[in-house]
Every structure is written in structure tokens, then in C-alpha cells.
Design a binder for this molecule. Structure first.
Ligand code: GRF
Length: 200
């Protein structure tokens, strides 16, 4: 079975969704490592509870981004990680890192890319008055929120929705979509040609 690392910096609800999907057999892989850069992140407690190894690697402990990433790569190699799932990891990976794991890094974004890129995507769509937003799982490339799209799911913004209720709907969609994308990837069913991902 392949080894997956999840990278997260915060709450970790997607981390937990991925862990429970693995337990349920939705995809066949080991969640072998959590990479976290934030000692205060809630996700750390979730990983401890789930008995998943943690690599807490803090940017401020390294003189450069290169050295910070070199430490992460060392930990990934140690655990023989073959697939990386970014789940609210609040750091941009360098092009060098992305190349090393080309088409083996997934990210989840809480909007229908290319709309509402950035860290406030749910709020941005809500404040804009959009009627539809959603969730995207994509491969990571050198540009932020940009790589080839694997799966997307639309989420309607009803007139009764508040920011909170929209956030809940988005997270619910994420927790279903991310394990599904991981499954397709693990089963070798994703063929990347330029920007297009063909599901075979
Ligand atoms: C999610 O909304 C994800 O789309 C974005 O960051 C958020 C992480 O939430 N990239 P959580 O930490 O998984 O609860």
C-alpha cells in the first residue's frame, strides 16, 4: 500500500476526513504522516488521537525556505511517502519541491477555481454575492491555486445562507470530494495532459 502524507496548518477537518476515509477503505493507502508547520494547530491533536506520525516543522527554525523544505523532504523520504495531500497548509511550496513530487501533490480549495483564489475563498464568494460556489481538488503546480483540476463540486448559495452555513456546506462537500480524488489518483485513473485531467 502507498504511503500518504497530509500537510495541514490549522483545524484539520479535511485531515480527519481523509483519515476516516482510509479507515473505511474508500481508498487503499496508509496515512503515514502529518506535516504541520504550526505548533498551535488543532490538527496536531487529531493526529495524536488517530495515532498518526507527526512531522512538526516550523519555518522559523530554518534560515531559508530551502532548508525548511529540505527538512520536510527528509521526513517524507523517511516515511516513503508517495502522495501528498495539502489540506489547509498555509505555505506555498517552492517550484523545486513541486517538481520533486510532480503530479503527486493534491490540494483542496474551497471554491470553483479559477474563481476566488487565495486564503479567503468562502468569504470572497459570499461577499461577492455569488449564487454558486464550490470545491476544487487539483494537482499542485508552481502557481498558487492553479494546477490541473481533478474534481469539482458546485455548492449553491441560497438567500437564506449565512457565511457560517455556507462554510459548513463547503466543508461537507470537501470531506466527500477529497477522499474521492485521492482514490482516483491512487488507482492510477488520472491522466494529466497539460491543464486537463482525464479520468480513465
Ligand atoms: C479548507 O477549506 C480547504 O479547502 C482550504 O483550507 C481549509 C482547511 O480546513 N485549503 P481544515 O483545516 O481541513 O478544517
Amino acid at each position: 500500500m502507498k504511503n500518504i502524507a497530509v500537510f495541514a496548518s490549522g483545524r484539520g477537518s479535511n485531515f480527519s476526513a481523509i483519515v476516516s476515509a482510509a479507515k473505511k477503505g474508500i481508498f487503499k493507502a496508509n496515512i503515514s504522516l502529518l506535516v504541520c508547520d504550526n505548533p498551535k494547530a488543532k490538527v496536531l491533536g487529531r493526529a495524536k488521537k488517530a495515532n498518526i506520525k507527526i512531522a512538526l516543522v516550523k519555518r522559523q527554525d530554518f534560515p531559508s525556505k530551502e532548508k525548511f523544505e529540505a527538512e520536510i523532504i527528509k521526513r517524507l523520504k523517511k516515511e516513503k511517502i508517495e502522495l501528498i495531500a495539502l489540506a489547509g497548509f498555509m505555505r506555498i511550496l517552492s517550484p523545486g519541491f513541486v517538481h520533486k513530487y510532480k503530479n503527486r501533490i493534491l490540494n483542496i480549495h474551497p471554491a470553483l477555481l479559477p474563481s476566488y483564489k487565495g486564503a479567503q475563498a468562502i468569504k470572497d464568494a459570499f461577499d461577492y454575492g455569488a449564487k454558486v460556489t464550490g470545491v476544487t481538488v487539483h494537482f499542485v503546480d508552481e502557481k498558487t491555486d492553479h494546477g490541473p483540476i481533478i474534481l469539482q463540486e458546485a455548492v449553491k448559495i441560497e438567500k437564506t445562507d449565512t457565511f457560517k452555513s455556507l462554510e459548513e456546506k463547503i466543508h461537507k462537500a470537501e470531506h466527500k470530494l477529497y477522499p474521492e480524488a485521492i482514490r482516483l489518483c491512487l488507482e492510477g485513473r488520472l491522466e494529466v495532459r497539460g491543464r486537463k485531467v482525464k479520468i480513465i
